[in-house]
Design a binder for this molecule. Structure first.
Ligand SMILES: N[C@@H](CCC(=O)N[C@@H](CS)C(=O)NCC(=O)O)C(=O)O
Length: 221
């Protein structure tokens, strides 16, 4: 097993604007692991980049490299980072809490990311750039789906201060970058206001140096 004393510096391939790249960066920073961010702009100059597609057949970001070990899928990357390096543990020792953490990450990936980041943020941003109003019906569907996912996450949340209780975990680091984009929209901010405990959690997350260091663009803090 590779440990923090390992001299090989990990490399993260991706772009600072990406939700999933930021999740991996938060995990690396919370562990105190030095790494290099190698720019892959999947929506720009690296779209359909044959060399990158050899590393990540789905053409998404990030991809992680540690020596001769290459990994994609962010939940796998953050678990590896937590388990391969020294530093504070980012997963509960308790087997049920750890299962709960993975459940919450699954909910975020499967049911929150698309409606919140694409359905609300990207749709609103594209409408603003084109000067045309956003599709109100599509926004309303995205808002309803985001509300359901945030409600499910709130139902799974412990007593705080973090999502799973007293320990900052990979679940906190997974949610923050998604909400950061959601909160750039009126609808996303309204969703957070509906949940005072999640709003408090959000404010607590802003105090983490890793969150401050990875802010991208005009982000609500
Ligand atoms: N399941 C992937 C999702 C990664 C993902 O969707 N990344 C976005 C950027 S935040 C991306 O690469 N999008 C490119 C595209 O949709 O073509 C993971 O967990 O890493």
């Amino acid at each position: 097993m590779t440990r923090a004393s390992d001299p090989v510096r990990p490399q993260l391939l991706g772009a600072a604007y990406s939700v999933y790249v930021r999740i991996a960066r938060l995990a690396l920073m919370e562990k105190g692991v030095d790494y290099d961010l190698a720019e892959i702009d999947i929506f720009g100059k690296h779209a359909d980049d044959a060399a990158y597609l050899k590393l990540h057949p789905f053409g998404r970001i990030p991809t992680f490299r540690h020596g001769d070990f290459t990994l994609y899928e962010t939940a796998a990357i953050t678990r590896y980072v937590d388990e391969a390096f020294a530093g504070p543990s980012l997963q509960p020792a308790d087997v049920r809490l750890r299962a709960r953490m993975m459940q919450m990450i699954g909910v975020m990936d499967s049911y929150l990311y698309r409606p919140l980041v694409w359905g609300l943020y990207v749709a609103s941003d594209e409408a603003a750039k084109s000067g045309k109003p956003a599709d109100a019906a599509a926004l309303s569907v995205a808002m309803a789906k985001s509300r359901t996912a945030l409600g499910a996450l709130a139902d799974l949340t412990g007593d705080g201060p973090w999502l799973l209780g007293r320990q900052l975990t990979l679940a906190d680091l997974h949610l923050q970058p998604m909400l950061a984009y959601g909160c750039r929209t009126v609808e996303g901010r309204a969703l957070l206001q509906e949940r005072p405990r999640m709003r408090e959690w959000w404010e607590r997350m802003q105090t983490l140096p890793s969150v401050a260091a990875t802010r991208f663009g005009a982000e609500l803090t």
